[in-house]
Design a protein around this ligand. Structure first.
Ligand code: SIN
Length: 508
């Protein structure tokens, strides 16, 4: 049996820790903050899976491929949708109480889904419910847990990852050895000035894996959520609110999305986010409005109790009036390239959840597929570690998709990186709309900075943000054509491919 070091305490890391312990491995789980902190906890909408009689894995497959703007890997998506229902049943066994109505499990609709298939818990507290159940489950297992412990770097010997250097709560850096290191460090929303992510989301796993020599891919594909509340902290206002009938209005009170896409507010997330961004620019920076008043006060409080509190705390009565919304960085589609079993290009290193690039999201993730991806691929990863004799499927990433190859080597000169300025730079030049001029300016500014020695959490995070910002800009410059969430205003052929909409599929 193996010594397994799991780094990250969201759904992917907890899942891997629980299943690896059950498989007989010796497991150590390291989390950067307290065990429950991370993107999972803040997930609102829910988890998507084909579980209802009017749905099928075929439909879920087609919706995922379509949302991915032609770049999702069909083999990986097939695995996701086929194994998803069993992983949701596992979650129910772990104690997640998904919301139920008179006829069984309740289900919501979100953008680009052709069926209502999103399970939710506590109304809009799905991530918190999953985190709670998995934390309780992991605490019942013999897992060594190190909280407030951050990944600094991976330890590589003769081309194999054999452990990690960790910054513990005392401020000392310690080395842990393991047979398998599972990265589950989550996303990197803090690269951008406005994000729905918590402060821990600084891309630590991708940056450390890249420094260790692992392949990374698709870093140009950052998903911007269309509806963060235009208030300090840009809290997420779930897409499920639009799924229940809320609409987006411009400053003149006009519903503008139907002009752009017949699916209106439920068009794929990249389409809606860009439309919200553009309209806001066109109206001089005034935010677009989300009108949820048609749902009524009682239903808003029942279905979205967390958001009800968030809106009130920010001074809005969303049952009475539309609320201002703005796009914000939400999810990283790219990351450490893996095969279907979480293997990275470095032996001994696995990656699961948002830190990984499995290929299921392509250029734009389908809403509520992220928790599902984490569960499905964490499960497969543990099975692969256990059956280490299983054949390794090589990570096949075309060179032009790999983000690690461009000129991204860290500079040793320059002034220390300024995090606020880096986030502002990424927001203005590497945000919802990009062009070569802005990307080149971002690249030059990033090159002028250097990272300090990682002696504490702040300096370790800043080093990661700088590495990841450089990689992201290089990837965005390398992909000259717009695709999904990567939108270049200087691309002469803006539309890459026409994929049939759900309505067109129904008609066919
Ligand atoms: C949301 O609730 O809108 C977010 C869901 C997701 O990111 O998949």
């Amino acid at each position: 049996m193996a010594r397994v070091l799991v780094i990250g305490g969201g759904i992917a890391g907890l899942w891997a820790a629980v299943k690896a312990t059950d498989a007989g491995h010796t497991v150590e789980l390291v989390t950067k903050a307290e065990l429950a902190e991370g993107n999972t906890r803040y997930a609102q909408g829910g988890i998507a899976a084909a579980l209802f009689p009017d749905d099928s894995t075929e439909r879920h497959f087609a919706d995922t491929i379509e949302a991915g703007a032609g770049l999702a890997d069909p083999v990986a998506v097939r695995v996701l949708v086929d194994e998803g229902p069993d992983r949701v049943r596992d979650l129910i066994r772990f104690g997640v109480a998904f919301d139920r109505g008179e006829s069984g499990l309740e289900r919501g609709l979100e953008a680009a889904h052709s069926r209502a298939r999103i399970l939710h818990a506590g109304g809009d507290a799905t991530g918190a419910a999953i985190e709670h159940a998995l934390v309780a489950t992991v605490r019942r297992r013999a897992v060594a847990i190190d909280e407030q412990t951050m990944l600094v770097d991976l330890v590589v010997e003769t081309g194999h990852v054999v452990g990690a250097r960790l910054l513990g709560p005392s401020g000392a850096v310690v080395e842990r050895r393991a047979d398998a290191v599972v990265l589950a460090t989550g996303g990197s929303g803090c690269l951008f000035r406005h994000t729905t992510n918590p402060a821990v989301a600084t891309g630590d796993g991708v940056a450390a894996a890249w420094r260790a020599g692992a392949r990374v891919a698709d870093l140009e594909f950052t998903q911007f959520h269309p509806t963060a509340l235009a208030a300090p902290g840009t809290p997420l206002i779930s897409e499920a609110v639009r799924g229940e009938g809320a609409v987006l209005l411009d400053a003149g009170g006009r519903r503008f999305l139907l002009d752009l896409d017949p699916r209106g507010e439920l068009a794929p997330r990249d389409v809606v986010a860009r439309a919200v961004w553009r309209r806001s620019l066109e109206q001089g920076g005034a935010p677009v409005l989300l009108d949820a008043t048609s749902l009524g006060r009682a239903e808003l409080a029942r279905r979205f109790p967390g958001l009800d509190t968030v809106a009130r705390a920010a001074g809005f009565d969303w049952a009475r009036e539309p609320i201002p919304v703005t796009p914000a960085a939400h999810y990283a589609m790219g990351g450490v390239a893996t095969d279907l079993d979480g293997r990275t290009s470095l032996p001994g290193l696995f990656a699961v959840g948002e830190v990984a690039r499995t290929g299921v999201h392509g250029a734009n993730r389908l809403a509520s597929n992220s928790l599902l991806e984490a569960a499905v691929f964490a499960d497969r990863t543990v099975r692969a570690i256990t059956a280490s004799e299983a054949p390794v499927r090589q990570v096949l990433i075309a060179d032009d998709e790999a983000a690690g190859s461009p000129d991204t080597a860290a500079v040793v000169h320059g002034v220390p990186v300024d995090r606020d300025e880096l986030q502002a730079l990424m927001w203005s030049h590497v945000g919802l709309e990009r062009d070569e001029e802005g990307l080149a300016a971002a690249s030059a500014r990033l090159d002028a900075w250097r990272a300090l020695e990682p002696v504490d959490r702040r300096s370790a995070e800043d080093r990661n943000l700088l590495d990841l910002a450089r990689l992201t800009v290089a990837a965005a410059r390398a992909r000259r054509a717009s695709c999904g969430a990567h939108f270049r205003t200087d691309d002469p052929n803006l539309v890459v491919a026409h994929l049939p909409t759900p309505l067109e599929r129904e008609a066919a």
